[in-house]
Design a protein around this ligand. Structure first.
Ligand code: NAD
Ligand code: UDP
Length: 339
């Protein structure tokens, strides 16, 4: 049985559907801080499977212990955390407290109940402005520019230190690039709170008429068209990366080990290329204007994905057009459901 902390969230819910459809038993722990219980119903509808859900705060060790007492947990995928970059700048203690505390509570409880396999959701943000592009896992980290990024950086170190001294523990750290898109059913997807900060939800909300115009932040970067380049990855490809990481963890006996993998496509697309692909694949025009650069944006960020291909046998499959079509189908569902 696999425990997903934060399993009702964007990436956790998509991973839950794949795990269930691949025959894994799943238990979800989420306090619904940034998700809603109807996601659980939709995971059930997509998979036709029944699974346990605990409405708990992962920082609460007593509540966590109950899950380990009542379920034969083999491995944990730790998605739970706060992720809004701007909010992390305004409320750093809140971010450090939740992201780091939840990880410490989880590690202590896993140790107590002899559960030794952990997958952690990290981020390409730990690379900052990498001197090497495409970015390999060996690129320098630690030039983070906000508390959210630092929380991922610190947790990576906490996990590495813990696995180093525990002969039983094995950890996989997954550094996600830019997850976008939604489940092909259109029933689950990302639900930004208020005005979206990220590009794809802003595009789909502009297409839906919720926003008037997209602001493209910066058109004088040293890139092919002057706008920033990112490695957008379909959330279902990302979910598949977790299944591959889990198979790797459960199939290997090299305990006391931490492995880090980039999960991206290895391809970079500019903001203007994303807009164009969205327009071509959905037939909807996106009105946009150029605006000043956004503080902290790096010109180019895309992954070297050879390590995941070599050791996990995983690589992304879906195209940017697939990502746009699925993101738009989800936006249309949200409109109909008044989400
Ligand atoms: P999300 O906010 O949609 O999901 C996180 C889930 O964790 C939510 O359902 C939330 O309610 C829950 N949660 C938060 N704190 C909790 C706590 N203390 N106890 C119980 N539940 C708690 O985020 P997501 O996009 O699915 O991201 C999942 C993980 O991946 C996060 O750790 C995030 O930082 C990381 N990540 C996300 C992205 C991205 O672009 N979405 C990129 C890189 C890394
Ligand atoms: N972006 C933009 N307008 C928006 C949101 C984002 O031009 O309304 C740009 C942003 O400057 C960056 C790219 O789109 O170059 C991806 O931004 P996002 O926030 O989605 O991802 P991240 O910056 O975290 O990689």
């Amino acid at each position: 049985m696999i425990l997903l902390t934060g399993g009702a969230g964007y990436i956790g819910s998509h991973t839950a559907t794949l795990l269930l459809n691949n025959g894994y038993d799943v238990v979800i722990a989420d306090n619904f801080y940034n998700s809603t219980p109807d996601v659980i119903r939709f995971i059930g509808q997509i998979t036709g499977k029944v699974f346990q859900v605990y409405n708990i705060d992962v920082t609460d060790k007593d509540a966590l212990a109950q899950i380990f007492i009542c379920n034969p947990i083999e491995a944990v995928i730790h998605f739970a955390g706060y992720k809004a970059i701007g909010e992390s700048v305004q409320h750093p203690v809140k971010y450090y407290r939740n992201n780091i505390d939840s990880t410490l509570s989880l590690l202590e409880t896993m140790n107590e109940y002899h559960v030794n396999h952990l997958i952690f959701s990290s981020s390409a943000t730990v690379y900052g402005q990498s001197p090497i592009i495409p970015i390999p896992e060996s690129a320098p980290t630690g030039h983070c520019i906000n508390p959210y990024g630092w929380s991922k950086y610190f947790i990576e170190h906490i996990l590495t230190d813990t696995a180093n001294v525990s002969s039983n523990m094995s950890v996989v750290i997954l550094r996600y690039f830019n997850p976008i898109g939604a489940h092909e059913s259109g029933l689950i997807g990302e639900r930004p709170n208020g005005v979206p900060n990220n590009l794809m939800p802003y595009i789909t909300q502009t297409a839906a008429g919720i926003r008037n115009i997209l602001h493209v932040f910066g058109n004088n970067y040293p890139t092919r068209d002057g706008t920033c380049v990112r490695d957008y990855i379909h959330v279902m490809d990302l979910a598949q990366g977790h299944i591959s990481a889990l198979e790797y963890l459960l199939g290997h006996r090299n305990h006391g080990n931490t492995e880090i993998f980039n999960l991206g496509t290895g391809k970079g697309y500019s903001v203007l290329e994303v807009i164009k692909t969205f327009e071509l694949s959905t037939g909807i025009k996106i009105p946009f204007i150029f605006a000043p650069r956004r503080a902290g944006d790096v010109p180019e960020c895309y992954a070297d994905v050879k390590k995941a291909a070599r050791l996990l046998g995983w690589s992304s499959r879906k195209t940017l057009a697939d990502m746009c079509i699925d993101a738009w189908r989800w936006q249309e569902f949200c409109l109909k459901q008044h989400i």
